[in-house]
Design a protein around this ligand. Structure first.
Ligand SMILES: Nc1ncnc2c1ncn2[C@@H]1O[C@H](COP(=O)(O)OP(=O)(O)OP(=O)(O)O)[C@@H](O)[C@H]1O
Ligand SMILES: [Mg+2]
Length: 281
């Protein structure tokens, strides 16, 4: 990577357009209106997210970055229907989300594989739960495992794999039923740098070829800029939208995109949010 270009981050560069969270096409994609979360506990309330309003377009690669504890996983769980918001509404393709919905693949922050199922059976879990034809999806499950470098580990139990390998298996599980929407919570956090880059490129290819809508959470600002059509930057807890940036890098992108001056400038601009907040994530 080239050394970072010196820029004045207080002067927005013309090509780094700050856009509003709202967009057209409200009946497609994912729309949040006034969605907030306060956890109630015996020790008192924990306000985790301020009311959020934004729209993720259908087929968009949308990435969220923010300091630890600012409510990113909470946001993903509310979009997936696993956690009810304290206020506001989530719409997925125009439908209010009230419970987990079928056309979504989720990669949780922890791999969450079932310890008694082998790797292949874990990947096949959505197929079994949806009672889809096993024979039809078995080949797909094996193909995905091969793609992420887990060929030969199909019969192993989760504890026999490293954390990064388990996380790769959980990515396969999220993709196996070919969902239209992928919600991914730090999916590559447990991977070594080289595997992570390979998985980045692979995920971009899959997204591009299938037109999936992807919401991905990451702590890595370069990863966010490399992958995203737009990057949402969150503030400290209770999380709010600090900014949403367009990423004007052309697609398809190779790892060379990381040496583009636009990439470097955008990474620096986003990093500045965390310096001013005093959190180095
Ligand atoms: N079940 C819960 N009960 C009470 N508080 C919770 C619960 N889950 C999360 N929180 C609190 O809500 C806040 C946001 O949590 P969340 O897991 O969404 O953060 P995050 O942005 O995903 O953090 P990280 O980057 O470390 O994964 C944290 O302060 C956390 O302590
Ligand atoms: Mg989290």
């Amino acid at each position: 990577m080239k050394p970072a270009t010196k820029i004045n981050v207080d002067q927005p560069a013309a090509h780094l357009r700050l856009v509003s969270g709202r967009a057209a096409g409200e009946t497609s994609g994912i729309k949040l209106s006034g969605v907030s979360k306060t956890y109630r506990s015996r020790d008192g309330d924990v306000p985790s997210l301020r009311p959020l309003d934004f729209h993720i377009n259908q087929g968009e690669f949308f990435v969220v970055v923010g300091p630890s504890g600012c409510g990113k996983s909470t946001l993903l769980k509310m979009i997936s229907g696993l956690l009810p918001p304290t206020s506001g509404e989530v719409l997925v393709e125009g439908e209010p989300v009230t419970k987990p919905h079928g056309n979504v693949g989720i990669v949780f922050q922890n791999a969450l594989l079932l310890p008694w199922r082998n790797i292949l059976s874990n990947v096949m879990l959505p197929i079994d739960m949806k009672k889809l034809p096993r024979e039809k999806y078995l080949a797909r499950a094996k193909e995905l495992l091969k793609l992420v470098g887990l060929e030969g580990f199909e019969k192993k139990l989760p504890w026999q794999l490293s954390g990064g390998m388990q996380q790769r298996a959980s990515i396969c599980r999220a993709l196996v039923h070919d969902p239209k929407i992928m919600l991914m919570d730090e999916p590559f956090g447990a991977l070594d740098a080289m595997t992570r880059e390979r998985m980045n490129v692979e995920l971009m290819r899959i997204q591009r070829e299938t037109g999936k809508t992807v919401l991905l959470i990451t702590h890595s600002i370069p990863e966010a800029v490399f992958l995203a059509d737009r990057v949402l930057v969150m503030t400290e807890r209770p999380g709010a939208i600090a900014a949403i940036y367009d990423v004007p890098l052309p697609r398809p992108r190779s790892l060379d995109a990381m040496s583009d001056p636009v990439f470097t400038e955008l990474v620096q601009r986003i990093r500045k949010h965390f310096f001013t907040q005093g959190s180095l994530d």
